[in-house]
Design a protein around this ligand. Structure first.
Ligand SMILES: [Zn+2]
Ligand SMILES: [Zn+2]
Length: 114
């Protein structure tokens, strides 16, 4: 009986002393910390649905179970579409125009008969 209560107590103290894992570098921070001691990343994230503060490592809100992070598909899409896509489009257009001009010149030279 004594062993059983001891075990329960141990579990309880373990739960309260468990800190917050950093979502980026997985450093274990004290529960009171707002930022990661190692890399400075935010440890908590506000739920977009109910606004409650959640641990960033958790996938869903503890209160309303709303997803805290974007889905993998969303992340993939963000990776595939870079932020500077507009400049990339302009570069592609310039490249097209340049290759068109070069093509025209080549055709002109090929058709040139003195
Ligand atoms: Zn960290
Ligand atoms: Zn929520």
């Amino acid at each position: 009986m004594e062993n059983l209560t001891n075990h329960n107590n141990n579990q309880q103290t373990q739960n309260t002393t468990t800190g917050v894992l950093c979502a980026k570098c997985e450093h274990l921070n004290p529960a009171s910390a707002e930022l990661c001691e190692k890399c400075g990343a935010h440890l908590y994230i506000a739920c977009t649905h109910c606004g409650r503060k959640n641990k960033r490592v958790d996938a869903r809100c503890y209160h309303c179970h709303h997803r805290l992070h974007h889905s993998k598909f969303h992340r993939l899409k963000r990776k595939l579409v870079p932020k500077n896509w507009k400049s990339l489009v302009w570069q592609a257009i310039l490249l097209l125009v340049a290759s068109f001009i070069v093509y025209k010149i080549v055709v002109m030279i090929a058709n040139y008969s003195p």
